[in-house]
Unconditional design. Structure first.
Length: 105
């Protein structure tokens, strides 16, 4: 099975949170939920942190898990989508390869 989903930024209502030490945190929970809805038909789930340190252009690691227990680490990033923040894959080829491998096992 070839995975042909054209991944693009998943627009979400990401919250930018002010951190006490001057840094910012971004809640990526809604973005993770949106990716999980898209991945569910392939039997894949994605686990990500609830929030990441930083705003736009911040990369963070998530784990894709297949139905047979296999897992792959992938990089996502926070991007601008108009005036809002969104979650997108940092490396499309790596992400697509991981999804293909986990969905075919």
């Amino acid at each position: 099975m070839q995975f042909t989903k054209a991944w693009s930024a998943v627009p979400v209502g990401l919250a930018l949170l002010a951190a006490g030490c001057g840094g910012e945190k971004t809640d990526v929970t809604a973005g993770t939920e949106d990716f999980n809805k898209e991945l569910q038909p392939q039997g894949i789930t994605m686990e990500c942190p609830k929030e990441v340190d930083g705003g736009e252009n911040t990369q963070f690691e998530c784990t894709l898990k297949g139905k047979d227990g296999q897992s792959k680490k992938v990089q996502l990033k926070v991007v601008k989508d108009g005036e809002d923040l969104a979650v997108d894959v940092a490396n499309k080829a790596e992400f697509d390869s991981a999804v293909k491998e986990l969905s075919s096992s």
